[in-house]
Design a protein around this ligand. Structure first.
Ligand code: FE2
Length: 398
Protein backbone atom coordinates (compact mmCIF):
# COMPACT_ATOMS: atom_id res chain seq x y z
CA UNK A 1 0.00 0.00 0.00
CA UNK A 2 1.30 3.39 -0.97
CA UNK A 3 1.70 6.19 1.55
CA UNK A 4 -0.53 9.12 0.92
CA UNK A 5 1.20 12.02 -0.74
CA UNK A 6 -0.58 15.25 -1.18
CA UNK A 7 -2.93 14.90 -4.06
CA UNK A 8 -6.32 16.05 -5.14
CA UNK A 9 -8.95 14.30 -3.06
CA UNK A 10 -12.29 15.37 -4.44
CA UNK A 11 -13.67 13.91 -7.67
CA UNK A 12 -10.76 11.49 -7.45
CA UNK A 13 -10.28 7.79 -7.58
CA UNK A 14 -8.24 6.75 -4.55
CA UNK A 15 -7.16 3.16 -4.27
CA UNK A 16 -4.71 1.27 -2.00
CA UNK A 17 -3.63 4.33 -0.12
CA UNK A 18 -2.50 4.56 3.49
CA UNK A 19 -3.63 7.63 5.45
CA UNK A 20 -2.71 6.01 8.80
CA UNK A 21 -2.42 8.47 11.67
CA UNK A 22 -2.64 11.48 9.39
CA UNK A 23 -4.28 14.76 10.19
CA UNK A 24 -6.80 15.21 7.39
CA UNK A 25 -9.10 17.61 9.19
CA UNK A 26 -11.37 19.63 6.90
CA UNK A 27 -10.43 17.49 3.87
CA UNK A 28 -12.68 17.43 0.85
CA UNK A 29 -13.28 13.92 -0.53
CA UNK A 30 -16.67 14.58 -2.09
CA UNK A 31 -17.64 12.72 -5.28
CA UNK A 32 -14.64 10.45 -4.92
CA UNK A 33 -14.26 6.74 -5.28
CA UNK A 34 -12.28 5.43 -2.32
CA UNK A 35 -11.29 1.77 -2.26
CA UNK A 36 -8.92 -0.20 0.00
CA UNK A 37 -7.78 2.95 1.77
CA UNK A 38 -6.60 2.93 5.38
CA UNK A 39 -7.55 5.86 7.64
CA UNK A 40 -6.65 4.03 10.88
CA UNK A 41 -6.15 6.56 13.72
CA UNK A 42 -6.51 9.38 11.23
CA UNK A 43 -8.17 12.63 12.09
CA UNK A 44 -10.88 13.61 9.63
CA UNK A 45 -12.74 16.15 11.70
CA UNK A 46 -15.12 18.37 9.72
CA UNK A 47 -14.26 16.58 6.48
CA UNK A 48 -16.53 16.23 3.52
CA UNK A 49 -17.07 12.67 2.25
CA UNK A 50 -20.48 13.28 0.70
CA UNK A 51 -21.53 11.62 -2.58
CA UNK A 52 -18.53 9.34 -2.15
CA UNK A 53 -18.21 5.64 -2.81
CA UNK A 54 -16.29 4.01 0.03
CA UNK A 55 -15.40 0.36 -0.34
CA UNK A 56 -13.23 -1.91 1.83
CA UNK A 57 -11.83 0.99 3.82
CA UNK A 58 -10.53 1.17 7.39
CA UNK A 59 -11.62 3.98 9.71
CA UNK A 60 -10.71 2.22 12.99
CA UNK A 61 -9.93 4.67 15.83
CA UNK A 62 -10.35 7.58 13.45
CA UNK A 63 -11.82 10.85 14.57
CA UNK A 64 -14.67 11.68 12.21
CA UNK A 65 -16.19 14.40 14.37
CA UNK A 66 -18.73 16.47 12.41
CA UNK A 67 -17.82 14.87 9.09
CA UNK A 68 -20.24 14.76 6.22
CA UNK A 69 -21.02 11.36 4.63
CA UNK A 70 -24.34 12.47 3.09
CA UNK A 71 -25.50 10.48 0.04
CA UNK A 72 -22.43 8.25 0.13
CA UNK A 73 -22.27 4.53 -0.52
CA UNK A 74 -20.35 2.72 2.21
CA UNK A 75 -19.55 -0.95 1.63
CA UNK A 76 -17.55 -3.52 3.63
CA UNK A 77 -15.80 -0.87 5.69
CA UNK A 78 -14.53 -0.87 9.24
CA UNK A 79 -15.55 1.99 11.57
CA UNK A 80 -14.78 0.21 14.86
CA UNK A 81 -13.82 2.52 17.76
CA UNK A 82 -14.21 5.59 15.55
CA UNK A 83 -15.67 8.83 16.83
CA UNK A 84 -18.92 9.43 14.96
CA UNK A 85 -20.23 12.32 17.00
CA UNK A 86 -21.82 14.92 14.76
CA UNK A 87 -21.34 12.75 11.67
CA UNK A 88 -24.04 13.06 9.03
CA UNK A 89 -24.84 9.82 7.19
CA UNK A 90 -28.27 10.97 5.96
CA UNK A 91 -29.16 9.74 2.49
CA UNK A 92 -26.25 7.34 2.40
CA UNK A 93 -26.35 3.57 1.86
CA UNK A 94 -24.45 1.53 4.42
CA UNK A 95 -23.89 -2.17 3.80
CA UNK A 96 -21.80 -4.82 5.58
CA UNK A 97 -19.88 -2.25 7.55
CA UNK A 98 -18.67 -2.73 11.08
CA UNK A 99 -19.37 -0.04 13.69
CA UNK A 100 -18.47 -2.07 16.80
CA UNK A 101 -17.66 0.21 19.74
CA UNK A 102 -17.92 3.31 17.58
CA UNK A 103 -18.84 6.34 19.64
CA UNK A 104 -22.00 8.08 18.56
CA UNK A 105 -24.78 10.07 20.16
CA UNK A 106 -27.84 12.12 19.30
CA UNK A 107 -25.76 14.42 17.13
CA UNK A 108 -24.98 11.51 14.78
CA UNK A 109 -27.43 11.49 11.88
CA UNK A 110 -28.09 8.02 10.42
CA UNK A 111 -29.74 7.22 7.09
CA UNK A 112 -33.52 6.61 7.13
CA UNK A 113 -34.49 3.10 8.21
CA UNK A 114 -31.01 2.45 9.53
CA UNK A 115 -31.27 1.45 13.18
CA UNK A 116 -27.86 1.31 14.80
CA UNK A 117 -29.14 -0.65 17.80
CA UNK A 118 -30.73 -3.34 15.63
CA UNK A 119 -27.94 -3.61 13.12
CA UNK A 120 -25.71 -6.62 13.61
CA UNK A 121 -22.72 -4.53 12.81
CA UNK A 122 -23.42 -1.66 15.16
CA UNK A 123 -23.08 -1.51 18.89
CA UNK A 124 -24.03 1.69 20.58
CA UNK A 125 -21.26 2.92 22.81
CA UNK A 126 -23.19 2.29 25.99
CA UNK A 127 -20.75 3.65 28.47
CA UNK A 128 -19.95 6.92 26.95
CA UNK A 129 -19.34 9.31 29.78
CA UNK A 130 -21.96 11.98 30.00
CA UNK A 131 -20.49 15.25 31.07
CA UNK A 132 -22.29 16.35 34.21
CA UNK A 133 -24.38 19.40 33.42
CA UNK A 134 -24.17 22.32 35.76
CA UNK A 135 -27.40 22.15 37.72
CA UNK A 136 -29.06 24.40 40.20
CA UNK A 137 -28.76 21.73 42.84
CA UNK A 138 -24.97 21.72 42.71
CA UNK A 139 -24.81 23.45 46.05
CA UNK A 140 -27.00 20.77 47.62
CA UNK A 141 -24.81 18.03 46.15
CA UNK A 142 -21.70 19.69 47.57
CA UNK A 143 -23.39 20.09 50.92
CA UNK A 144 -24.42 16.43 51.12
CA UNK A 145 -20.90 15.33 50.12
CA UNK A 146 -19.50 17.50 52.88
CA UNK A 147 -21.93 16.18 55.53
CA UNK A 148 -21.18 12.57 54.54
CA UNK A 149 -17.40 12.93 54.49
CA UNK A 150 -16.67 15.70 56.99
CA UNK A 151 -19.92 16.21 58.91
CA UNK A 152 -22.01 13.81 60.95
CA UNK A 153 -21.97 11.12 58.21
CA UNK A 154 -25.64 10.95 57.19
CA UNK A 155 -28.18 13.26 55.58
CA UNK A 156 -31.98 13.16 55.66
CA UNK A 157 -33.36 14.86 52.55
CA UNK A 158 -37.06 15.46 53.07
CA UNK A 159 -39.69 15.84 50.32
CA UNK A 160 -37.43 14.34 47.68
CA UNK A 161 -39.85 11.76 46.23
CA UNK A 162 -43.48 12.27 45.37
CA UNK A 163 -45.69 10.76 48.07
CA UNK A 164 -47.75 8.87 45.49
CA UNK A 165 -44.68 7.08 44.18
CA UNK A 166 -43.68 5.95 47.66
CA UNK A 167 -47.19 4.91 48.58
CA UNK A 168 -47.32 2.80 45.43
CA UNK A 169 -44.07 1.05 46.37
CA UNK A 170 -45.39 0.48 49.87
CA UNK A 171 -48.63 -1.04 48.57
CA UNK A 172 -46.78 -3.45 46.29
CA UNK A 173 -44.51 -4.66 49.07
CA UNK A 174 -47.36 -4.94 51.53
CA UNK A 175 -49.14 -7.31 49.17
CA UNK A 176 -46.02 -9.49 49.00
CA UNK A 177 -45.48 -9.41 52.77
CA UNK A 178 -49.01 -10.53 53.61
CA UNK A 179 -48.90 -13.30 51.02
CA UNK A 180 -45.92 -14.82 52.82
CA UNK A 181 -47.00 -18.14 54.33
CA UNK A 182 -45.09 -17.79 57.61
CA UNK A 183 -46.27 -14.23 58.17
CA UNK A 184 -49.87 -15.15 57.40
CA UNK A 185 -49.76 -18.17 59.65
CA UNK A 186 -48.53 -16.20 62.67
CA UNK A 187 -50.38 -12.96 62.09
CA UNK A 188 -52.81 -13.27 64.98
CA UNK A 189 -50.40 -14.95 67.35
CA UNK A 190 -49.57 -12.26 69.91
CA UNK A 191 -46.55 -14.07 71.33
CA UNK A 192 -45.17 -15.21 67.99
CA UNK A 193 -41.48 -15.58 67.32
CA UNK A 194 -40.19 -12.15 66.32
CA UNK A 195 -38.72 -13.53 63.13
CA UNK A 196 -42.25 -13.69 61.74
CA UNK A 197 -42.43 -9.89 61.95
CA UNK A 198 -39.83 -9.28 59.29
CA UNK A 199 -39.43 -10.00 55.61
CA UNK A 200 -36.62 -9.13 53.22
CA UNK A 201 -37.80 -8.69 49.64
CA UNK A 202 -35.22 -9.23 46.90
CA UNK A 203 -35.20 -8.79 43.10
CA UNK A 204 -37.05 -5.50 43.45
CA UNK A 205 -36.21 -4.34 39.92
CA UNK A 206 -38.24 -7.19 38.44
CA UNK A 207 -41.26 -6.44 40.61
CA UNK A 208 -42.28 -2.98 39.42
CA UNK A 209 -40.73 0.04 37.62
CA UNK A 210 -41.16 2.14 40.75
CA UNK A 211 -38.19 0.28 42.23
CA UNK A 212 -36.09 1.15 39.18
CA UNK A 213 -36.59 4.78 40.19
CA UNK A 214 -35.84 4.18 43.84
CA UNK A 215 -32.48 2.52 43.17
CA UNK A 216 -31.17 5.59 41.33
CA UNK A 217 -32.31 8.87 42.91
CA UNK A 218 -30.54 11.51 40.86
CA UNK A 219 -29.19 13.45 43.80
CA UNK A 220 -27.68 10.29 45.30
CA UNK A 221 -26.05 9.44 41.97
CA UNK A 222 -24.53 12.93 41.84
CA UNK A 223 -23.26 12.67 45.39
CA UNK A 224 -21.82 9.16 45.05
CA UNK A 225 -20.09 10.01 41.78
CA UNK A 226 -18.05 12.50 43.77
CA UNK A 227 -17.35 10.19 46.69
CA UNK A 228 -17.00 6.76 45.05
CA UNK A 229 -15.77 7.69 41.57
CA UNK A 230 -17.58 8.09 38.25
CA UNK A 231 -18.21 4.41 37.66
CA UNK A 232 -19.58 3.34 41.05
CA UNK A 233 -21.95 0.38 41.08
CA UNK A 234 -24.69 -0.96 43.31
CA UNK A 235 -23.68 -3.73 45.70
CA UNK A 236 -27.01 -4.37 47.37
CA UNK A 237 -30.64 -3.41 46.80
CA UNK A 238 -33.46 -4.95 48.80
CA UNK A 239 -36.44 -3.97 50.90
CA UNK A 240 -36.60 -4.56 54.63
CA UNK A 241 -40.22 -4.90 55.69
CA UNK A 242 -40.74 -4.76 59.42
CA UNK A 243 -44.09 -5.39 61.03
CA UNK A 244 -45.21 -4.12 64.43
CA UNK A 245 -43.15 -5.83 67.11
CA UNK A 246 -40.12 -6.48 64.87
CA UNK A 247 -36.72 -6.75 66.57
CA UNK A 248 -33.93 -4.27 66.00
CA UNK A 249 -30.39 -5.04 64.83
CA UNK A 250 -26.99 -4.76 66.45
CA UNK A 251 -25.14 -1.60 65.50
CA UNK A 252 -23.01 -2.28 62.46
CA UNK A 253 -21.46 -1.04 59.24
CA UNK A 254 -21.67 -2.70 55.83
CA UNK A 255 -18.15 -1.87 54.74
CA UNK A 256 -18.32 -3.05 52.04
CA UNK A 257 -20.00 -6.18 53.41
CA UNK A 258 -21.70 -6.59 56.75
CA UNK A 259 -20.06 -9.90 57.61
CA UNK A 260 -16.33 -9.43 57.13
CA UNK A 261 -15.49 -7.98 60.56
CA UNK A 262 -15.93 -9.07 64.15
CA UNK A 263 -17.68 -6.72 66.53
CA UNK A 264 -15.19 -4.18 67.90
CA UNK A 265 -12.61 -4.92 65.19
CA UNK A 266 -10.72 -2.05 63.57
CA UNK A 267 -11.04 -1.58 59.83
CA UNK A 268 -7.57 -2.66 58.61
CA UNK A 269 -6.82 0.55 56.75
CA UNK A 270 -6.96 4.20 57.70
CA UNK A 271 -8.03 6.38 54.82
CA UNK A 272 -9.39 8.99 57.22
CA UNK A 273 -12.62 9.25 55.33
CA UNK A 274 -10.95 10.57 52.20
CA UNK A 275 -11.57 7.40 50.30
CA UNK A 276 -14.69 5.35 50.87
CA UNK A 277 -15.60 1.76 50.07
CA UNK A 278 -19.31 2.36 50.25
CA UNK A 279 -22.19 4.75 50.67
CA UNK A 280 -25.80 3.84 51.25
CA UNK A 281 -29.32 5.10 50.81
CA UNK A 282 -32.47 4.32 52.67
CA UNK A 283 -35.90 5.18 51.29
CA UNK A 284 -38.59 4.97 53.96
CA UNK A 285 -41.92 3.73 52.62
CA UNK A 286 -43.75 4.75 55.81
CA UNK A 287 -43.28 7.76 58.03
CA UNK A 288 -40.49 6.61 60.30
CA UNK A 289 -39.61 7.81 63.78
CA UNK A 290 -38.94 6.43 67.25
CA UNK A 291 -42.45 4.97 67.47
CA UNK A 292 -41.88 2.37 64.73
CA UNK A 293 -38.17 1.73 65.23
CA UNK A 294 -36.59 4.10 62.74
CA UNK A 295 -32.89 3.68 61.91
CA UNK A 296 -30.45 5.14 64.42
CA UNK A 297 -27.07 6.65 63.52
CA UNK A 298 -24.11 7.72 65.61
CA UNK A 299 -22.89 11.14 64.51
CA UNK A 300 -19.28 11.26 63.24
CA UNK A 301 -18.78 7.52 63.97
CA UNK A 302 -17.18 6.97 60.55
CA UNK A 303 -14.11 8.55 62.11
CA UNK A 304 -13.62 5.47 64.32
CA UNK A 305 -12.95 3.28 61.22
CA UNK A 306 -14.16 0.43 63.35
CA UNK A 307 -16.91 -2.17 63.39
CA UNK A 308 -19.01 -1.35 66.51
CA UNK A 309 -19.45 -3.61 69.50
CA UNK A 310 -22.87 -5.04 70.20
CA UNK A 311 -23.26 -2.97 73.37
CA UNK A 312 -22.19 0.29 71.76
CA UNK A 313 -25.86 1.06 71.27
CA UNK A 314 -25.96 1.62 75.06
CA UNK A 315 -22.55 3.32 75.46
CA UNK A 316 -23.01 5.91 72.76
CA UNK A 317 -25.76 8.35 71.94
CA UNK A 318 -27.24 6.97 68.75
CA UNK A 319 -29.94 9.20 67.28
CA UNK A 320 -33.06 7.78 65.68
CA UNK A 321 -34.03 9.66 62.55
CA UNK A 322 -37.42 11.11 61.81
CA UNK A 323 -38.19 10.89 58.11
CA UNK A 324 -41.63 11.33 56.57
CA UNK A 325 -42.72 9.54 53.41
CA UNK A 326 -40.88 11.09 50.44
CA UNK A 327 -37.57 11.34 52.28
CA UNK A 328 -34.25 10.05 51.07
CA UNK A 329 -31.56 9.17 53.60
CA UNK A 330 -27.96 9.09 52.38
CA UNK A 331 -25.05 7.92 54.49
CA UNK A 332 -21.35 7.25 54.60
CA UNK A 333 -20.85 3.46 54.74
CA UNK A 334 -18.52 3.79 57.74
CA UNK A 335 -21.22 5.45 59.84
CA UNK A 336 -22.43 3.20 62.65
CA UNK A 337 -26.11 2.49 62.23
CA UNK A 338 -28.80 0.11 63.29
CA UNK A 339 -32.44 -0.53 62.83
CA UNK A 340 -34.20 -0.15 66.19
CA UNK A 341 -36.97 -2.32 67.63
CA UNK A 342 -40.48 -1.51 66.48
CA UNK A 343 -42.24 -1.27 69.82
CA UNK A 344 -45.57 -0.34 68.26
CA UNK A 345 -48.47 -2.73 67.84
CA UNK A 346 -49.90 -1.24 64.69
CA UNK A 347 -47.16 0.59 62.79
CA UNK A 348 -45.25 -1.01 59.97
CA UNK A 349 -41.85 0.18 58.87
CA UNK A 350 -40.81 -0.66 55.33
CA UNK A 351 -37.84 0.75 53.50
CA UNK A 352 -35.71 0.06 50.46
CA UNK A 353 -31.97 -0.09 51.08
CA UNK A 354 -29.30 0.47 48.49
CA UNK A 355 -25.57 0.15 48.87
CA UNK A 356 -23.16 1.73 46.36
CA UNK A 357 -19.51 0.83 45.95
CA UNK A 358 -16.58 1.75 43.69
CA UNK A 359 -16.63 -0.31 40.52
CA UNK A 360 -13.66 -2.47 41.53
CA UNK A 361 -15.37 -3.95 44.58
CA UNK A 362 -17.35 -7.11 44.07
CA UNK A 363 -21.02 -6.56 44.92
CA UNK A 364 -22.67 -8.50 47.75
CA UNK A 365 -25.60 -9.36 45.52
CA UNK A 366 -25.33 -10.08 41.81
CA UNK A 367 -28.30 -7.93 40.84
CA UNK A 368 -27.32 -8.05 37.18
CA UNK A 369 -27.79 -11.83 37.10
CA UNK A 370 -31.30 -11.69 38.54
CA UNK A 371 -32.63 -8.68 36.66
CA UNK A 372 -34.53 -9.22 33.42
CA UNK A 373 -32.46 -8.03 30.47
CA UNK A 374 -35.33 -5.97 29.10
CA UNK A 375 -35.35 -3.83 32.25
CA UNK A 376 -31.68 -3.10 31.82
CA UNK A 377 -31.88 -2.19 28.15
CA UNK A 378 -34.95 0.01 28.60
CA UNK A 379 -33.41 2.15 31.31
CA UNK A 380 -31.98 5.42 30.08
CA UNK A 381 -30.34 6.46 33.32
CA UNK A 382 -27.84 4.74 35.61
CA UNK A 383 -29.07 1.14 35.71
CA UNK A 384 -26.48 -0.35 33.32
CA UNK A 385 -23.73 1.32 35.34
CA UNK A 386 -25.20 0.38 38.71
CA UNK A 387 -25.60 -3.25 37.74
CA UNK A 388 -21.97 -3.43 36.71
CA UNK A 389 -22.33 -3.92 32.97
CA UNK A 390 -19.12 -2.01 32.57
CA UNK A 391 -17.30 -3.38 35.59
CA UNK A 392 -14.80 -6.11 35.03
CA UNK A 393 -13.70 -8.29 37.89
CA UNK A 394 -10.54 -10.42 37.84
CA UNK A 395 -11.15 -14.10 37.26
CA UNK A 396 -9.00 -16.74 38.96
CA UNK A 397 -6.96 -18.62 36.41
CA UNK A 398 -7.02 -22.36 36.81
FE1 FE2 B 1 -26.74 -1.71 57.51
Amino acid sequence: MKKYKKQKLNNASLKNLSFINLNLNKSKFENSDIEMCDFWEGSLKNSNLSFTKIKNCIFTDSNLLNSNFKYSKILNSNFTHSNLKGVDFRGSIIKNSNFRDAIYDKSTKWPKNFYPKKSLFVTKHKFEKVKPKIKKNNRLVENIVRVLTEGKGYYVLKNYFKKKKIQKAQKILKRIVYKDKSIKQHLNNFAKDKKFSQKWITNLLNIDPVFIDLIQPKIAMQVFRKILGENFICGFYEANCLLPGARGQFPHIDYPYNYNYEHGEDIPFQTKGKFLFNCQILVPLNNIDKSNGSTAFLDYSYKFSKFPNKNNIKNYKFKQIKAPIGSLVLFNGLTWHTSMPNYSYHKERYCTLGQYIPHFIKPMIDIQATTKKKILTNDKKYLAQLLGLKAKFPIKKK
